[in-house]
Ligand binder design. Structure first.
Ligand SMILES: Cc1cc2nc3c(=O)[nH]c(=O)nc-3n(C[C@H](O)[C@H](O)[C@H](O)COP(=O)(O)O)c2cc1C
Length: 163
């Protein structure tokens, strides 16, 4: 027969906190590439981050994450990439959980020639803040030449406790 102690132990394992998760939303692959680069950089520093696209991400994991890194582009006229739509809508819905134990940072990809520059990244930023999550540091918005700002974002990330 299973004891209360054993049950508590198995629950503790199931609810183990996840230190760093990198989530990306992309249409043409830039955000995916940067997400992979980020995972690699962290791994070099001994941090094993989980990496997934927003479509495959199971929202039940959300309350278990300590640090969430979001890399997301904007598509259409200020819309999130298709793969990011459900996740953003979930966060904006009444079902969204309290995220006051979560820290996050956002790298937003876009193009300054569009009226709604980096809107998807801005939408994720504002909804996470509304749900109680804390910024590790300010969101970084990138124009089509994103390398320079990606480096800035990565630099800021590496200055936090994440590494
Ligand atoms: C059809 C289309 C619509 C876009 N709409 C926007 C937009 O509304 N706002 C913006 O900032 N960037 C917009 N962009 C620019 C992309 O966000 C940018 O090229 C980004 O680097 C793409 O990243 P991804 O490959 O991760 O999707 C658009 C690009 C395309 C091709």
């Amino acid at each position: 027969m299973i004891t209360t102690e054993q049950l508590q132990q198995s629950n503790a394992v199931m609810e183990e906190r996840i230190p760093v998760w990198i989530l990306y939303g992309t249409t043409t692959g830039n955000s995916e590439q940067l997400a992979k680069d980020t995972a690699e950089e962290l791994l070099k520093r001994g941090v094993e981050a989980r990496l997934s696209d927003m479509e495959d991400f199971q929202v039940k994991e959300l309350p278990l994450i300590e640090k969430l890194l979001i890399i997301v582009s904007t598509d259409g006229e200020g819309e999130p990439p298709l793969m990011a739509t459900d996740f953003l809508e979930y966060l904006q819905s009444e079902e969204a959980p309290d995220l006051s134990n979560l820290s996050y940072s956002i790298l937003a990809l876009g193009d300054t020639t569009y009226f709604d520059f980096c809107k998807a990244g801005k939408d994720f930023d504002s909804v996470l803040e509304k749900l109680g999550a804390k910024r590790l540091f300010d969101r970084v918005d990138c124009d089509v030449d994103f390398e320079e700002n990606y480096k800035k974002w990565m630099g800021a990330l590496l200055k936090t406790e994440v590494s």
